[in-house]
Design a protein around this ligand. Sequence first.
Ligand SMILES: Nc1ncnc2c1ncn2[C@@H]1O[C@H](COP(=O)(O)OP(=O)(O)OP(=O)(O)O)[C@@H](O)[C@H]1O
Length: 350
Amino acid sequence: MTLRLNNISKAFGATPVLNDVSLEVPDGARIALVGSSGSGKSTLLRLIGGFEQPDTGSIALDGRELSSPHATVPAHRRGIGYVAQDGALFPHLSVARNIAFGMPRAARRKARVQELMELASLDPALADRMPHQLSGGQQQRVALARALTQQPKVILLDEPFSALDTGLRAQTRQAVVDILERSGVTALLVTHDRDEALSFGQQVGVLAEGRLVQVGAPASVFDAPVDVRVAAFLGDVVLVPACLTATDAVDCVFGRVPVRHDHSGGADRVHAMVRPEQLHLARTAGPSNATVVGIRSTGAGAELTLRFGDGSSAVQATHRVPLHAADAYETGCSVSVAVNGGIVLYPGQG
Ligand SMILES: Nc1ncnc2c1ncn2[C@@H]1O[C@H](COP(=O)(O)OP(=O)(O)OP(=O)(O)O)[C@@H](O)[C@H]1O
């Protein structure tokens, strides 16, 4: 069931919230939309779910228009399931009754509830528990099982893991991905957590101030962000002034480095972006291009603050090293830093 958003815009009063958003979610795909707080993520889900109407544009599911300037299909007729941030289970109903609640009365069979609990990797022994007797991760899986009872064509997940602590969040996310995969349902997740977005699905979309600024496979969006803002939103960045040579390479503080993606638009001044994970460090008594100006223990290792260049053009970056390698460095020491892989080029400031 392909979900298609065409040129969706939405304002609340005079405040524009979504601006010309188009997106195609292919049948059975999982897509994560990531954006900072207030970027319009929940509003977009609410439009797809039918809880709000777009000002312009249309939403269609497998060619059937759900929202358009001419017609609107009410929320309960869209075949779209919704899982909220806190799961929103009925506190006075057991797990089994929470799940059965979403089923048509005639279909409320114990076997079907058990089937859904199994699909959601929920121990059958939990069937009679009340929501407050479950962990946060179990509550989210019950919420997902309940959303699946109506056999929706699409499931919308609104920051479903944000209330969980770090370990449980990753574990529950993987469980939910497995459940969605088994059920084959098309899923759209919104989150402000970049790691969550990058590990959820086949595609990730970045929302910034109501615009969908980039959509693609997680690795390609992480590797070739369209601008510095998207780059910094999805991961740590090191941005250094660079000089474009004639041979698809730049000269910068790291020496001559190949260009992997050029988003500079032919600007006179350019900046090279690398991820700190690409840096390769070696302590040196010979020629160096950086100085260690700070060392901070992170438990599992150390985070080095490096300064490249000098005076007004100095750039600072942090780089993590494992525990066994941390002893090789001290504040003030010189290091030679090389870049693994190429750089991404953006217009420079000024
Ligand atoms: N019903 C409403 N009436 C007026 N303004 C609204 C309404 N719903 C959302 N907004 C505004 O629209 C903007 C986008 O809100 P939205 O909840 O979609 O953002 P979000 O990206 O999901 O943020 P968060 O991550 O904080 O939940 C915000 O400025 C919000 O205040």
